[in-house]
Design a protein around this ligand. Structure first.
Ligand code: PMP
Length: 427
């Protein structure tokens, strides 16, 4: 055990779990690569859980942060803040929500907290609809709407949460149904819930479940939900912490795969926009955003130094069409991984969109989850020089692949080759 690991264990909570038997100390990065304290280089297919959106050590972001830090890092939310207003203007336009307002936070968890504060105050109801297998953060209220049991076992929820079917297409009681029938069954489930409860404040959903294993319902599910929610006066919150900023290649936001009945009432984002700087945020129609009347929520959201990073990062993303890159390179990578998966007996399914790709493992010849196999592939990939993530429902059997959006085709090929080798090591 390294001495840093020992020191970490002595002072950190036991539940602050680290990846790998020999945890990694990452000392620096560049592009799609990071280096550990021993000087070993890794191709990064996880981007620090999707936080490195464009590239590691992107010079444009580094320069913007250094310049802003040299002027002022942060004051509070009490003063005018040019970078914050500029980034808010861009997010308003990009969000697709009419008459939108933005409030910046420092994390996705806090963004979802704020969304819950807004929705419950707006509807005067503490009842929330969330999706089974969902993940929305681990603060007291965010964990209360997290349906993934692996993450919420100790939650003593302050909210009254009801879980809806539909976030996961490939497992569960409706998995055998075709797309249209699946949507119909989930809508019937939602109607049934709404028929037997007070009016909930909102339904919160990740368009593609992230921690839950990069799994999504058929396109149009949330549009169908929206019709029902509108009838009952229930708000739709789209948690875009993982799906935002073009990662899926096809859409800038995940909700756009479900947008035929309009955008969500509230959208939350985080992770990638800061390229590693702590930015989260919530966007809502002015009418919803303005239902609170005390000042601010935290003194930290929107600090000029994080906003400068966000602005530089967003400009780079848009100017270099990284959404298009995610579509092209991600499409090739998915194809390549499907071909590898077809010959690998532990692979149950390769799924994904753009650069958000899940490889679900199962015990050969069965449908049974294989968390030990997923852990073994994670280790083997690391040995091969590739960092990936894992996730999934209650069983963590899904390998998660979400590289920075500037991934090149040779890097995609190289990573796929390392993964193929890691899967072969399962025997
Ligand atoms: N929502 C989703 C969909 C997430 O994946 C996460 C983090 N994995 C969060 C919210 C919480 O974000 P943060 O870690 O920035 O608090």
């Amino acid at each position: 055990m390294s001495s840093l690991h020992q020191r970490h264990l002595a002072v950190s909570p036991d539940w602050l779990a680290l990846y790998y038997k020999r945890p990694l100390e990452i000392t620096h990065g560049e592009g799609r690569h990071v280096w550990d304290a021993d000087g070993r280089r890794y191709l990064d297919f996880f981007g620090g859980i999707l936080t490195t959106m464009t590239a590691h050590a992107l010079p444009e972001v580094t320069k913007a942060v250094a310049e802003q830090a040299g002027r002022i890092i942060h004051t509070s939310t009490l003063y005018l803040n040019r970078p914050m207003t500029e980034l808010a203007e861009r997010v308003v336009t990009l969000s697709g929500i009419p008459d939108a307002r933005v409030f910046f936070t420092t994390s996705g968890t806090e963004a979802n907290d704020t969304a819950l504060l807004l929705a419950t105050a707006y509807r005067r109801s503490n009842q929330i609809l969330a999706m089974r297998n969902s993940y929305h953060g681990r603060s007291f209220s965010a964990v209360s709407i997290t349906g993934n049991n692996a993450w919420s076992p100790t939650s003593l929820s302050p909210l009254q949460t009801l879980y809806v079917h539909g976030g996961v297409r490939t497992r569960g009681p409706y998995a055998h149904l075709g797309d249209a029938e699946f949507i119909e069954a989930c809508v019937a489930d939602l109607e049934d819930l709404l028929g037997h409860t007070r009016t909930p404040a909102a339904l919160i959903a990740e368009p593609i479940q992230g921690v839950g294993g990069f799994t999504s319902p058929p396109d149009g599910l949330y549009a169908a939900f929206r019709r029902v929610l509108d009838r009952h006066g229930v708000l739709w919150i789209s948690d875009e912490v993982q799906t935002g900023w073009g990662r899926s290649g096809e859409h800038f936001w995940g909700w756009q795969a479900h947008g035929e009945n309009g955008p969500p009432d509230i959208l939350t984002f985080a992770k990638g926009i800061g390229n590693g700087m702590s930015i989260g945020g919530v966007v809502a129609r002015a009418e919803v955003m303005n239902c609170l009347d005390a000042n601010s929520i935290s003194t930290f959201g929107g600090s000029p130094v994080t906003m400068a990073a966000g602005l530089a990062n967003l400009s780079y993303l848009l100017e270099h069409d990284l959404q298009g890159n995610a579509r092209r390179v991600g499409g090739l990578l998915i194809e390549r991984l499907r071909a590898i998966g077809a010959g690998a007996e532990w692979v149950r399914e390769v799924r994904g969109r753009g650069l958000m790709i899940g490889i679900e493992l199962a015990k050969p010849g069965t449908d049974e989850a294989a968390p030990e196999a997923a852990a073994a592939v994670l280790e083997a990939a690391r040995e091969g020089g590739l960092l990936i993530g894992k996730g999934g429902g209650h069983d963590t059997s899904v390998l998660r692949i979400a590289p920075p959006l500037s991934l090149t085709i040779p890097e995609a090929e190289e990573g796929a080759g390392i993964l193929a080798e890691a899967l072969r090591s399962l025997g």
